[in-house]
Ligand binder design. Structure first.
Ligand code: TYD
Length: 132
């Protein structure tokens, strides 16, 4: 199974301020169908305990920092995101959650699918049994 990993995005250094961009299918391995963002997360909160059947995504800490814990059913890995020119690519079929949000952190998520609740696996036992 494909694993999650950091993608370093183009960064245009400029003394007026830096600029980063993403082109779907070029810098990330999917076309972007949906964009959402998570913000105003109260201290100690956890988001995103689930997997997707089909959806791939890229998560970027546009501001602040947070941890994304990915789990393929065999091993877990923690990615601390705190650079706006790096994204965490998560292929379909990986369980993940997000925690340790810093004050005023902003998580941008680029998704390969439109929102579809039927694409979610929200039950961890069901997720594990599907991996066998
Ligand atoms: P969810 O994906 O469970 O949030 P998280 O993974 O960050 O904990 O989504 C929370 C709620 O928002 C859920 O009721 C579905 C809704 N939602 C949409 O309507 N459209 C979307 O694009 C997303 C991501 C969520």
């Amino acid at each position: 199974m494909e694993s999650a990993g950091i993608i370093v995005l183009p960064k245009i250094f400029d003394k007026r301020g830096n600029l980063t961009f993403i082109e779907g299918g070029r810098h990330i391995p999917f076309d972007i169908k949906r964009v959402y963002w998570i913000y105003d997360v109260p201290g100690g909160q956890v988001r995103g305990g689930h997997a997707f059947i089909e959806q791939q995504e890229l998560i970027i800490a546009l501001s602040g920092s947070f941890d994304v814990i990915v789990d393929d059913g065999l091993s877990k890995q923690t990615f601390t995101l705190n650079r706006s020119y790096q994204g965490l690519y998560i292929p379909a079929g990986i369980w993940r959650h997000m925690e340790n949000f810093s004050t005023n952190s902003l998580a941008l998520v680029l998704a390969s699918t439109f929102y579809n609740e039927n694409d979610y696996i929200r039950d961890y036992e069901r997720y594990l049994s599907g991996r066998k």
